[in-house]
Design a protein around this ligand. Structure first.
Ligand code: CUA
Length: 313
């Protein structure tokens, strides 16, 4: 039985998950019972009332009140239960407790940015404390995305020009996957993130220590860390593989053919412009789909990324 449950649903790791699952199983089990009963009745009647001789004639049946009321009232009761139960659970899901810890979420093609109260930003990593309601205030910088955490049974669309909300309370320390569940373009299926559920203590430590963004590191090393942290690798490889965007490998110093027919040298200015204003010079054969990192990366961070790209010869 446990195997079957695991097969149907991922582990339930939030306060709302149990309630959602109970309703899910109620709908499934009732549907299965009805399907089974109706199938058996159809087969039995087909056998019982089959034509037995040439002059076998079906009697005229006008109606049967008792039977008709039964088959109307039972489904009506079931539907009312499902509606009431679903409405109640849905209201809980869309009403965050007033003391919830708030995290700002920005969806971009194709990464997730999480902004915390103390100014911390993490990309594709959502860090939250356990046993505490967390409210996500979400918006998109470009197209419609949708944030989905199966383990918590929560999902909400992330829209441009409007905020949407979602809340949950994680019940155990660990990791849970986040999917983008609205088709948003080429790298939609790579728009993944991880939820890290910490104890309250570990969460505070994380908030304090991760604020450092490698200012004390060697520039190239810092650049590599920033490239990973900002999910650049979703679209740019470091080994020559062609992804959504051009590879970093061997790019430095090369002549870049542009969509406009011109050529530009892959230097400091080209990299800087491409990070801040990605649509300005599009590499031939690639699409204009990269989000701008203006306001996300400062000049020293861009310097570090340039140093990192230089090492990929
Ligand atoms: Cu973002 Cu799919």
């Amino acid at each position: 039985m446990n195997r079957l449950i695991e097969y149907m649903l991922p582990p339930a790791k939030s306060t709302i998950a149990g309630e959602t699952d109970a309703l899910f199983y109620f709908i499934n089990v009732t549907s299965f019972i009805l399907l089974f009963g109706i199938t058996v009745a159809i087969i039995y009647f087909a056998w019982k009332y089959k034509r037995k001789s040439e002059d076998d004639v079906t009697p005229v049946i006008s109606h049967n009140n008792k039977l008709e009321i039964t088959w109307s009232v039972i489904p009506l009761i079931l539907v009312i239960i499902v509606f009431g139960w679903g409405y109640n659970t849905y209201m809980k899901k869309i009403t965050p407790p007033s003391d919830a810890y708030e995290i700002r979420v920005v969806g971009k093609s194709w990464l997730w940015e999480f902004h915390y109260a103390n100014g911390n930003v993490s990309v594709n990593e959502l860090h939250v404390p356990v046993n505490r309601p967390v409210k996500l205030i979400m918006s998109s910088d470009d197209v419609i995305h949708s944030l989905y955490i199966p383990d918590f049974r929560v999902k909400m669309d992330v829209l441009p020009n409007r905020y949407t909300q979602l809340w949950f309370e994680a019940t155990e320390v660990g990791e849970s996957i986040i999917y983008c569940t609205e088709y948003c373009g080429t790298a939609h299926s790579n728009m993944l993130a991880t939820t890290f559920v910490h104890t309250q203590e570990d969460f505070e430590t994380w908030l304090e220590t991760s604020a450092g963004d490698g200012e004390d590191m060697e520039p190239a090393e810092r650049g590599e860390m920033l490239v990973q942290r900002n999910a650049c690798m979703t679209c740019h490889s470091d080994d020559g593989t062609r992804l959504v965007g051009p590879t970093f490998q061997g790019a430095w110093g090369s002549d870049v053919p542009l969509e406009s027919g011109e050529t530009v040298v892959y230097d400091e200015n080209y990299v800087r412009e491409s990070i801040l204003e990605p649509g300005a010079k599009i590499h031939e054969g690639f699409q204009n789909v990269m989000p701008s990192y203006a306001g996300t990366l400062d000049d020293r961070q861009i310097d570090a990324i340039i140093e990192y790209i230089k090492t990929l010869q």
